[in-house]
Every structure is written in structure tokens, then in C-alpha cells.
Design a protein around this ligand. Structure first.
Ligand code: NI
Length: 136
């Protein structure tokens, strides 16, 4: 089913419109409408994370050196602390030293934000990248 579209006009300074059009071209978006829809959805999704309301889904992907002292036990302890918000974890051996894990999360935004903060602050993690969907 096609969603009903509402048309409205927006006024903004000419220079900002030119900048907007250049950005649209760089992003290869179809139109100003397409670009505005994407920006508004992203912005609202981001704001919901800031106020930490609702249920959310996402992932936290990170890499670490499994030889580094206590890394495996720190990571396992953290995942047990947050087991209510963790759906599953996938482990990939990248090379002789490096492991990658993808943690799939589902729960309250507060719990997911707490997990991402706690995981990001672990000293053994090299790179941590959250991939969070807008809260429902
Ligand atoms: Ni591994």
C-alpha cells in the first residue's frame, strides 16, 4: 500500500539551498523531497536515542586481540551482565591475533545504551562500532 504523501513548502536562504543541492548530488539522492525524508527520519531516530525511550534493536561490532590479557573473560563477563538485552553473538577469527564479534541487541534503549557504553569502555576492545536502528 502506498502511503499518502503530504506536500508542504519550505523557505530557506539561497546559499543553504545551493549547499543542500550539492549535498544531494554527492549523496546521489533522487530529489530534495527524498533528501528531506532521509534527514528527518535520521534526525528523529537519533533524538529518540538521546531521550532513551522505547524498545530498540541494533548491533555492536568490535575487534580485539585474543592474546591480550583477560580480554576473553572481560568480554564474556560483560555479555553475561547484559544477557537480557543480547539476542546472540557471532565470533569471527580475522587473523592469527584478531577476533571480531557482532553482538545482536534487543531491549530498552536505556539498556542498549548502557551496554554500548560499557563495551566501548573495555580496554581490550580495539574498535567498537554500534549499529542502532531507530527506537520503535
Ligand atoms: Ni577468534
Amino acid at each position: 500500500m502506498t502511503e499518502k504523501l503530504v506536500r508542504f513548502s519550505v523557505s530557506m536562504p539561497e546559499a543553504l539551498v545551493s549547499e543542500f543541492d550539492r549535498w544531494i548530488e554527492k549523496k546521489r539522492l533522487k530529489s530534495r523531497s527524498d533528501a528531506l525524508r532521509q534527514i528527518i527520519r535520521d534526525y528523529i531516530g537519533q533524538s529518540l536515542w538521546e531521550v532513551q525511550e522505547g524498545e530498540a534493536y541494533g548491533t555492536f561490532t568490535f575487534s580485539y586481540d585474543h592474546h591480550s590479557r583477560d580480554a576473553s573473560s572481560e568480554i564474556t563477563r560483560l555479555q553475561h551482565d547484559f544477557m537480557g538485552a543480547i539476542v546472540c553473538t557471532t565470533h569471527v577469527h580475522i587473523d592469527h591475533d584478531t577476533c571480531m564479534e557482532v553482538v545482536v541487541l534487543r531491549g530498552s534503549t536505556q539498556e542498549i545504551v548502557r551496554f554500548v557504553e560499557a563495551a566501548s569502555s573495555l580496554g581490550c576492545i580495539r574498535v567498537g562500532v554500534p549499529g542502532l536502528l531507530p527506537p520503535i
